[in-house]
Design a protein around this ligand. Structure first.
Ligand SMILES: Cc1cc2nc3c(=O)[nH]c(=O)nc-3n(C[C@H](O)[C@H](O)[C@H](O)COP(=O)(O)OP(=O)(O)OC[C@H]3O[C@@H](n4cnc5c(N)ncnc54)[C@H](O)[C@@H]3O)c2cc1C
Length: 276
């Protein structure tokens, strides 16, 4: 549950830093103990595709010397299927064969509402697609991977889909008819053309917004007086406050690059001042 505290191996090393330290230690999606205390929604069962070094050890160390943290209850979620493609289908609870969510919601709202439902009803949702929607998938490579890994399972008929996915055919047909009528006039298209496919839909944690609050010079802000902590800089996912509730799609890497460069420039200026 907590790699930093439970891992007895490894070789501790100490470095002296004369001009400054940049924390570029990423997020904490893999740190169950930390993330669950901050956001119970990010439960133990929740999947993540983040690397195993995504722990909160460095964040805890910064907090221990008085850094201020913000947004630690927030997370950004992804799906195995691209969220643009997820929306083209109908999402149901396989136990009831009924819809429970508006598939067209923005990604974070969709994931959070889906997680709340999943935790309450103990289910893994299923997306239903047809030939037209699968042909129109935005991410073709990911569609191939989903087919290859059997996460996206095509069937010649709706009857076969219901039988193999253990769904109640009568309710599934009624839900699909209603969906096809309800979406008339929206951007979605009716699901009518075989093959039909079922796809497991499960949000996973791919980014944690929380971290050390920084200013526009990438300086860590003190919890005591909201002033910069001299010599401590934070860049990338380890920092926080650059984004609000929602981190926009694809905007983590520009954030990492921009504040990494700013932190470097600021330390160079600091080194010049200290030497002078
Ligand atoms: C599946 C997936 C898809 C994504 N897609 C996108 C995308 O399309 N666009 C986008 O902008 N972002 C995307 N992201 C998010 C983005 O990849 C990350 O936010 C970004 O890579 C973070 O970079 P970083 O340098 O801040 O941290 P990291 O790349 O996580 O690097 C931090 C490093 O510090 C090490 N470390 C941690 N703690 C310590 C410690 N105490 N001591 C020493 N070392 C430590 C870690 O092991 C790691 O090597 C995606 C993330 C995932 C999981």
């Amino acid at each position: 549950k907590n790699e930093d505290m439970e891992n007895a191996g490894g070789l501790p090393k100490r470095y002296a830093a004369r001009y400054g330290v940049v924390l570029a230690t990423g997020g904490y999606s893999r740190d169950l103990a930390f993330r669950m205390a901050e956001a119970p929604l990010q439960s133990e069962e929740m999947a993540t595709r983040c690397h195993i070094g995504n722990t909160a050890g460095a964040l805890r160390a910064a907090l221990a010397i008085g850094a201020r943290s913000v947004h630690t209850t927030l997370g950004r979620y992804g799906f195995y299927i691209a969220s643009e493609d997820l929306r083209m289908g109908m999402v149901i609870d396989p136990k009831t064969c009924k819809r429970f969510i508006d598939e067209s919601m923005p990604r974070t709202d969709l994931a959070v509402n889906m997680l709340l439902y999943m935790q309450k009803h103990r289910c893994i949702p299923l997306g239903i697609y047809d030939k037209k929607t699968m042909d129109a998938f935005f991410d073709h490579k990911r569609r191939q991977r989903l087919l290859f890994s059997n996460a996206l399972r095509p069937y010649d008929t709706l009857e076969e889909l219901a039988a193999k996915e253990h769904l109640d055919l009568k309710t599934l047909k009624a839900t699909l008819d209603r969906y096809n009528k309800d979406i008339a006039g929206s951007l979605s298209v009716p699901l009518t053309e075989p093959p039909f496919a079922a796809c497991t839909i499960e949000p996973d944690l791919s980014y944690t917004q929380g971290g050390v609050l920084i200013n526009t010079r990438a300086e860590a802000i003190s919890a005591l007086d909201d002033k910069p902590i001299p010599g401590l800089y934070v860049a990338g996912e380890a920092s926080a406050g650059v984004f609000g509730v929602t981190r926009l799609t694809a905007c983590s890497l520009p954030d990492c690059a921009a504040f990494g460069m700013i932190a470097g420039e600021e330390i160079a200026k600091r080194a010049r001042n200290i030497k002078a």
